[in-house]
Design a protein. Structure first.
Length: 419
């Protein structure tokens, strides 16, 4: 059987798709046919809509294929996806990483399982599948160290798709990173839904900074270690110290900031304030002057006035942000924010555009500063990444997966250009 996984959403979903593909192919190796697995996202209503649209398109273009839907949107709305005539099965977020799920579906008796295989995600207490690291090792590999979230931001539906926060023991993380490094990965990205909550459920409650130190200590052959998105309020002292002292921890962080106005942050039920964000960014940059900071920001959260929005806009400069991920607010049914007074959609779109322009301007200034410098880049084809995760277009083919020094000759506003 041929297996293809179509992935929506975050990097965690992308890494889990590798595990799903591997398990499904192993389970159905001796069977014929074509299996299409759609790994959905629920972070916005648009993401869910795109998943449904893709399912319909796949069914039209490949009518003989069997379509299985999984991921956060499938976990939250299983019956809506099961009602689609194009869908053969709906599989939950916990079940999708269990080899037994795919082995059962590959058997002739699999039809007896029903169309919906979705359990109570809030009852899950162990990281499903143990680790969701890429099975097809590339230059960069993602290692899942945590899943789920115990916080309840008023705009976010993801905890109901991922369940409670649960961590992978440090020893297992170290072993997996050692295996991936031996297989050729030059960079490892620690990923999860809320990785700065790492360790809350483990004996001794080790923090993310402790995990970073253990990885770097016990896998000295690993050239690069990178973090996925982190929560500003949960950055611990060991993590700050690691940024200051560990050159193999890449000088790049992506913060879940969401807004720059204190009242909006309170209505979002975020646990940091504007001053906290500015203070953290200043502290990080003082410890690691070459550090580059990105952030998630929501435009048009309910009750947001123009003055409130301008505080988010000003945060780009005050925090020295370089890479901006802008989300136009999208009400998710069942969340408190969906019941708050909404900002007109035209204003949301206009504010999102202004934020994106501020992000583009900030990126342009960063790219300008890079011209004339020499940077160590990880080669991923004709595109490479600096230690600060800035893309670099290479002038000539270079060995895939190697880390090489290149001189930066210019940029096009989006990526650097190597000489």
């Amino acid at each position: 059987m041929t297996v293809e996984v179509i992935t929506f959403g975050c990097r965690l979903n992308a890494s889990e798709s590798e595990a799903i593909r591997h398990q499904a192919m192993t389970a159905a190796a001796d069977r014929g046919g074509e299996l299409l697995i759609v790994n959905t996202c629920a972070v916005t209503g648009e993401a869910t809509r795109q998943a449904r649209q893709t399912i319909r398109r796949l069914a039209r273009e490949r009518p003989a294929a069997t379509i299985v839907v999984t991921g956060c949107a499938a976990q939250i709305e299983p019956h809506a996806f099961a009602a689609m005539p194009q869908v053969a099965r709906v599989v939950g977020n916990a079940e999708k990483l269990e080899p037994e799920t795919w082995r059962a579906l590959a058997q002739p008796a699999g039809a007896e399982l029903g169309r919906t295989i979705v359990g109570d995600i809030m009852a899950v207490r162990e990281t499903a599948g143990h680790l969701a690291a890429g099975h097809a090792v590339k230059a960069r590999a993602f290692v899942q160290v945590q899943n789920g979230c115990d916080h309840r931001c008023t705009f976010c539906i993801i905890p109901f798709g991922r369940g409670p926060s649960r961590s992978v023991p440090m020893g297992a993380v170290v072993d997996e990173i050692r295996r991936l490094t031996a297989a050729g990965a030059a960079e490892i990205v620690l990923s999860g839904v809320d990785i700065t909550s790492y360790g809350d459920d483990l004996p001794g409650r080790p923090r993310l900074g402790t995990l970073v130190r253990q990885v770097l200590r016990h896998v000295p052959e690993l050239p690069r270690l990178r973090l996925s998105s982190i929560d500003a309020v949960e950055v611990d002292g060991d993590l700050l110290d690691a940024f200051a002292t560990q050159a193999r921890l890449m000088p790049h962080v992506h913060l879940s900031l969401q807004a720059g106005d204190d009242l909006i942050l309170k209505r979002m039920k975020r646990r940091h304030g504007r001053a906290d964000a500015i203070r953290l960014c200043g502290a990080l940059r003082a410890l690691r002057p070459d550090l580059v900071i990105g952030a998630d920001v929501i435009a048009g959260f309910p009750t947001e006035t123009e003055a409130m929005f301008r505080r988010s806009l000003e945060l780009v400069e005050e925090c020295g942000l370089t890479h901006l991920h802008v989300f136009p607010f999208s009400p998710r049914p069942g969340t408190p924010a969906a019941r708050m007074p909404q900002v007109p959609s035209t204003a949301i779109r206009e504010r999102a555009q202004r934020l994106r322009q501020a992000g583009a301007d900030a990126l342009g200034r960063h790219l300008d500063r890079e011209v004339g410098r020499t940077r160590a880049v990880l080669v991923e084809g004709r595109l490479a990444r600096t230690e600060a995760f800035t893309p670099v277009r290479l002038a000539r083919p270079e060995p895939y997966g190697r880390i090489i020094d290149v001189a930066i000759a210019g940029h096009d506003g989006r990526a650097l250009a190597a000489a």
